[in-house]
Ligand binder design. Structure first.
Ligand code: KG4
Ligand code: ZN
Length: 340
């Protein structure tokens, strides 16, 4: 029999954030994230260093999540963990830890697909937000993915458009690097953009299929733009940082909006949800809110803490799978590449 209260621990370690969260009946009791600052000095995530940092962080992060949820580990009904996609060395830490804990506590183990979790984060109960109704379109925009997904049920997802090269988060981060900003540059571009003129400079929008994305051309365009202007004026970036960031963000957001509008037109589904780190971007949040009122869409934007990598999203998937008894066997292995 299913217990009245289900406490599920979610563990996330797919990239450079070690995270743990406890969920009780759809509500998050704790959501702890240890972001690894070590990667800043390298300008990107170094996989070997990420897995070492996960090793250090995993025990204190899980302990803190249990403490903040005010429960003992013996009260947990199941352990959910990110199986993939992600960096293998990072995934192995969360996977091994989750397997051992589930075995020790004699509770079910639940595997979670990280990308599904970014989408299903919308089903976490919050005071401010309503949950999406099926079917809906999800645009997953992160450092590793850029996809438009048709969601017909919790675990029925079909990718209908995706990037052919870089992910949108990479476009933000690589452009930021060219501007001399530290990693991850996405949030910094967002900050500077709020102070600049979005029409100051023109960047190209790459032409691919109506639902597909391409960002590698934009990175090259930014490189040439900086080289050309810095030749005439070595202080060009410094003097124009806000305007460059605002123009870049404007181009990227406009491009994302073009694609999601095409997807709505093609599928006739007007419920749109976003997920992944880049959904924290103020430009895309504003553009979607404006479209909601202009075109009569129903838009779902996650709370900030559920946008970037977190374990609350792993815990909600854990709960949804727990209800359906979708348990993993103890010989489950981490997977760097995983489909929906
Ligand atoms: O989902 P996430 O935390 O990790 C991956 O699974 O990739 O996404 C991280 C990405 C990074 O590229 C980061 O720069 C970007 O999300 N990001 C942002 C913002 N906040 C995070 N990009 C633009 N504006 C933001 N406010
Ligand atoms: Zn992610």
């Amino acid at each position: 029999m299913t217990p009245i209260h289900t406490y599920i621990l979610g563990i996330e370690s797919s990239c450079d954030d070690t995270a743990a969260a406890v969920i009780k009946n759809g509500s998050i009791l704790s959501n702890v994230v240890a972001t690894q600052s070590i990667h800043k000095e390298y300008g990107g995530v170094v996989p070997e260093l990420a897995s070492r940092a996960h090793q250090q962080n995993i025990v204190p992060v899980v302990q803190l999540a249990l403490q903040k949820a005010n429960i003992d580990k013996k009260q947990l009904n199941a352990i959910a963990f990110t199986r993939g996609p992600g960096l293998m060395g990072s995934l192995l830490v969360g996977t091994s830890f989750a397997k051992s804990l589930a075995m020790g506590l004699e509770v079910p183990l639940i595997e979670v697909n990280h990308m599904q979790a970014h989408i299903l984060a919308h089903f976490i109960k919050t005071d401010e937000q309503s949950i999406p109704t099926f079917p809906f379109l999800a645009m997953t925009i992160s450092g590793g993915h850029t996809q438009i997904v048709k969601v017909t049920d919790y675990f029925q997802m079909e990718v209908i458009g995706q990037t052919l090269d870089d992910a949108v988060g990479e476009a933000f981060d690589k452009s930021a690097k060219l501007l001399g900003l530290p990693y991850p540059g996405g949030p910094l571009i967002d900050q500077y953009a709020s102070l600049g003129n979005p029409k100051a400079f023109l960047f190209p929008k790459p032409k691919v299929g109506p639902l597909d994305f391409s960002f590698s051309g934009l990175k090259t365009a930014v490189l040439y733009f900086i080289e050309k202007n810095s030749k005439d004026n070595p202080e060009f970036i410094k003097e124009n940082l806000n305007d460059i960031c605002a123009s870049l963000q404007f181009t990227i957001v406009d491009y994302l909006m073009d694609k999601v509008k095409n997807a709505v037109k093609q599928t006739k589904i007007k419920t749109v949800a976003i997920g992944g780190g880049v959904s924290a971007n103020s430009g895309i949040r504003k553009a979607l809110q404006e479209t909601e009122s202009n075109l009569g869409w129903k838009v779902h934007i996650p709370k900030f803490e559920y946008c970037t990598d977190n374990a609350a999203m792993i815990a909600i998937v854990g709960e949804l799978k727990y209800q359906q008894k979708l348990f993993a066997s103890n010989d489950v292995v981490a997977k760097a590449r995983m489909k929906y």
